[in-house]
Design a protein around this ligand. Structure first.
Ligand code: DGL
Length: 234
């Protein structure tokens, strides 16, 4: 088995769901989780700022000699990941996916303005809605227990979409609340595809019997650990 760890990062709690799925599937792997609170929210940064932030995060995280660095963040992935210099350790990101029919892609401002999303949605029956502030509200509700007021984002919004694409890794935390605004829609997120890619990556290595460790880096370690412990996946 390749004992090097896997690093997962986001601007906040966005990668915790992925971490939970991976820990369940691969209990013998070691993980480092990094939440870049200094730069939250990524979604409001310019492309240049984000490339420099993502490069800095990558450069710091490769010091742990990981076998893989995962940006569990649609904004970092769609805006910056192609532009950073990745060396030593491979990198993976998460990207919005679309369903069939009329859809609505919910994402940060940065993701909405990215070339990736422009190419993805060109000629498709999908509307793109940038939700400035929602990722931070979700962050605060998970970490500090504050309330989220979704009315201010979705009041008067058309509700009869065939699918809703969750193009920010913070949004799956509130899927049940979002379903109230879009009762007939199927919900998608790019997290499933990223999970499958990582599974494929890990299973190319042998495994042994040792149980792996999870280490949280940076600010709010205690709060993140607690949020992770309480996190229930459906
Ligand atoms: N979770 C991040 C994403 O998937 C964004 C949150 C932020 O704006 O920092 O885009």
């Amino acid at each position: 088995m390749d004992r090097r760890c896997i690093v997962i990062c986001d601007s906040g709690v966005g990668g915790l769901r992925l971490l939970k799925r991976l820990e369940r599937a691969f209990p013998r792997e070691d993980f480092i989780y990094y939440a870049d609170y200094k730069n939250l929210p990524y979604g409001e940064k310019t492309c240049e700022e984000l490339v420099s932030i993502v490069q800095g995060v990558y450069d710091n995280l490769v010091k742990f000699s990981p076998k893989l660095v995962v940006f569990a963040c649609n904004t970092a992935s769609t805006v910056a990941l192609q532009k950073i210099k990745a060396y030593n350790s491979p990198v993976m990101g998460v990207y919005p996916t679309l369903g069939k029919g009329n859809g609505l892609l919910l994402c940060t401002k940065g993701t909405a303005n990215s070339d990736y999303v422009k190419n993805l949605t060109r000629g498709k029956t999908v509307e793109v809605k940038a939700l400035s502030g929602l990722a931070e509200e979700i962050e605060n509700s998970i970490i500090l227990g504050s309330e989220i007021n979704l009315e201010r984002y979705f009041k008067g919004e058309k509700s009869d979409y065939d699918f809703i694409s969750l193009g920010c890794t913070h949004y799956p935390f509130i899927t049940e609340n979002l379903k109230k605004f879009f009762p007939s829609a199927k919900f998608f997120s790019g997290e499933d595809l990223l999970f499958e890619k990582i599974v494929f990556f890990i299973t190319t290595f042998d495994t042994d019997q040792k149980r792996g460790k999870i280490c949280f880096l940076g600010e709010r370690k205690k709060e993140l650990k607690k949020a992770y412990k309480n996190l229930k996946l459906l």
